[in-house]
Design a protein around this ligand. Sequence first.
Ligand code: MRU
Length: 372
Amino acid sequence: MARDQKGSVRPVTFAGDALVLIDQRRLPGRLVRLRIDDHNAAVAAIRDMVVRGAPAIGIAGGYAVVLAAQAADRAGLVGHEWRKHVADAAAGIARARPTAVNLAWAVGKVAAAAAAGGGTEALRAEAAAILAADVSANRAIGREGSALLPEECAVLTHCNAGALATGGFGTALGVVRAAHDAGKLRMVFATETRPLQQGMRLTAWELRREGIPVTVIADSAAAWLMRCGEVQAVVVGADRIARNGDVANKIGTYALAIAACRHRIPFYVAAPVSTLDPATRSGTDIIIEERSAGELTEFKGRRLAPLGVSVVNPAFDITPAELITAIITESGVLRGPDVGRIMESLESGPAAERTLDCPGNEAGESRRMGHA
Ligand code: MRU
């Protein structure tokens, strides 16, 4: 595949008057696109994981606000009534999934265009701008992250933080793609990612179709591979990064960070600035989505666990800042105190005018905790 086609799969687009989503529940078996023209159906698609991944649900949520505006146009609403319809719909869309800050952030941006007097076309332009900015952020994240990796390295990644989870190209897989282009990448280990298998189904699908070497492992094999010297870096995505640098990401990320720390392997989080949330003080303030028991106890409608057994199924966990080597953003690589500086700059001005003062890549690793 040509270099500029890497990561070119687009999980969220808008065609005619409809939101078009790749149905990620059907991958890798079938590549099916769903056309959605109603914002309530878009909310259901986000909840049911037709579309998933923090930036991708943000982009889909932004376009869902456009669908609500189109419905208001069709209903003949104008002025205050039109804006109220859009604002009420936006509030519901933003609640579709609670953990990823990108959803509320993107919905808020499109809804703000309506509150400022913009019509449906202005909202659509705002949603399109969010999508385009996400893809270019991911390419920059790829360049920043690839520079951190050693030659001939094997990278372990969790869940799917690829093109499918974003506007395109991916965050963690953006780093993987750029490292592959740079000739640095020997192997990607993709954790299966229980219970919905985003790693085995989606990450493996994305990388294989581009000829990037990928090996699927059971989640429980990760620490052992590290112990055996098979892994040189861990790179994961993020759903929300709190003010103190704590990171919410797919359940299992925390365990990987502990294992990486024990084996002195750098642990990188790749995320766009839109995933930074200065309003959330620390990881303890992040709402962790709890998903249905059936995701764990059933497989394709067949029950695997005894009837009546109690189940807990958190979709995300929090990795404390001290276990994270660096956060790779489109604006630079953040280590330790840099995170606080960036969060302050985010608070100080409107999102569109943010200019971030980020350091460049420093040579070597600068973990903030000692290792046993
Ligand atoms: O439940 P999911 O599949 O939406 O969870 C996705 C993740 O945890 C990703 O790692 C995260 O959203 C970053 S995607 C660039």
